[in-house]
Design a binder for this molecule. Structure first.
Ligand SMILES: [Zn+2]
Length: 409
């Protein structure tokens, strides 16, 4: 019995450990290392998220600042922050190795000639001083995205990112990296600190007890005023589309092109006009349109013509002026319209009254509803002719984006 309990206890701890989630914080950083401790304060103290590893993505200058201001064993603010809030700095992996400096990429490097020994400081020489040129940006993009990809590979981690520091391109690529690789549980933030404290070299986090610090010549402010706001940045998660191409080394531009192409291919499924004859309704994607009766019959009539374009134009493209998609009133196929009217409005009616005035009145009612609902203009029945005399009506919607479900003959 005892044995068994011990064993199950042991396996419980083991399985719990296996499922233990590690919270990682990663920030892009320029010359304001404060944002690291400010964000750690908001995450660890205010939100009680147990961050166990911190990474900083930066340039050579930013790395120097981070080492000096955050990681100096005596004066480093990261240690000051841990002391202030009783956190064990040994339990948070953040050291020299966690400062990731963007380097010049291989293609640009001058290769050392064969046999020549690599100089010891070669590594440091390759670190980028700042992000200024197009080439610098390319290096930044490749490396930053690579870092976020690696950090999000482990299913037992939650990655908390910050876009608050560094140049604007660094923030932009951080957002892109999270869009490409971020998982449901990962989060992205921007830390907001009130003006006298923002970028203030004396302020790294709100202390437990109020302190007065200098905020410019002869002026002081109490840290009681230093409210830290952590804004969560929402982002679109494209990860499932990216990972299809796993294993193949591709540049960022290629990866983005692939994702875009995949999304474009699928887009018609998500955003298409569905005329559902059985349910007697029209839908845009998963949204049911608030139209019925004659308006629905008219929309169905023009949707059918438009959907037929691929066949009646035999692959020809100029469909924005297609004479079969866009018809003058006298060309209307009233037989087809009657079938649709009987289907959507009333089976009892045998003779259809549809004069030009009545048609125009229903058309404008339909278009008004669609506009009011914020639906795309391509769903409206438009007149493509400039002169009222030769009015031609139809739907501009791309024919591939029309689906006719359970269409009666
Ligand atoms: Zn056509």
């Amino acid at each position: 019995m005892v044995h068994q309990r011990e064993r199950s206890q042991r396996s419980l701890t083991r399985s719990r450990r296996r499922h233990d989630v590690r919270h990682i914080f990663v920030a892009v950083l320029g010359q304001t290392p404060q944002i690291v401790t400010e964000t750690l304060y908001a995450l660890m103290v205010e939100r009680r998220i147990p961050i166990s590893e911190v990474f900083v993505i930066t340039t050579r200058v930013g790395a120097q600042r981070a080492r000096r201001d955050l990681l100096d064993p005596e004066t480093g603010q990261f240690f000051a922050f841990c002391r202030e809030y009783g956190l064990d700095p040994g339990a948070i992996a953040f050291d020299e190795k966690h400062i990731l400096t963007i380097k010049m990429l291989a293609s640009k490097r001058v290769r050392p000639s064969k046999g020549a020994a690599a100089r010891p400081n070669q590594q440091a020489d390759l670190e980028l001083e700042d992000i200024r040129t197009v080439e610098d940006n390319r290096c930044l993009a490749e490396q930053l995205l690579g870092i976020i990809r690696r950090l999000t590979e482990d299913p037992n981690t939650v990655v908390h990112g910050s876009i608050a520091g560094g140049r604007k391109t660094m923030s932009a690529y951080m957002l892109l990296a999270f869009s490409l690789y971020g998982r449901e549980k990962d989060r992205l933030y921007h830390v907001l600190v009130p003006p006298p404290f923002e970028n203030n070299p004396q302020f790294f986090f709100p202390p437990r007890r109020e302190r007065v610090i200098g905020i410019g010549v002869g002026q002081v402010a109490s840290t009681r005023e230093a409210r830290i706001d952590l804004a969560e940045i929402p982002f679109v998660r494209l990860r499932p589309w990216v990972l299809k191409e796993k294993g193949v080394q591709k540049t960022i531009e290629q990866q983005i092109r692939i994702v875009q192409r995949q999304l474009n291919l699928r887009a018609p499924e998500w955003e298409s006009l569905v005329i559902d004859y059985r349910m007697r309704q029209a839908r845009w994607g998963d949204r049911t349109l608030p139209i019925s009766g004659v308006k629905l019959a008219l929309l169905a009539y023009f949707a059918e013509r438009r959907a037929d374009h691929l066949r009646h134009a035999r692959g020809r493209k100029a469909h924005d002026l297609c004479p079969l998609c866009f018809q003058g009133f006298s060309d209307f196929d009233l037989n087809r319209y009657r079938t649709l009217y009987q289907h959507f409005v009333s089976q009892q009616v045998q003779k259809i009254e549809l004069g030009p005035d009545l048609f125009l009145s229903y058309r404008s009612k339909l278009n008004r509803v669609l506009a009011r609902e914020g639906l795309p203009r391509e769903l409206q029945i438009v007149n493509i002719s400039a002169t009222p005399r030769h009015a031609r009506y139809g739907l501009r919607l791309e024919p591939r984006r029309i689906r006719l479900d359970f269409r009666p003959q």
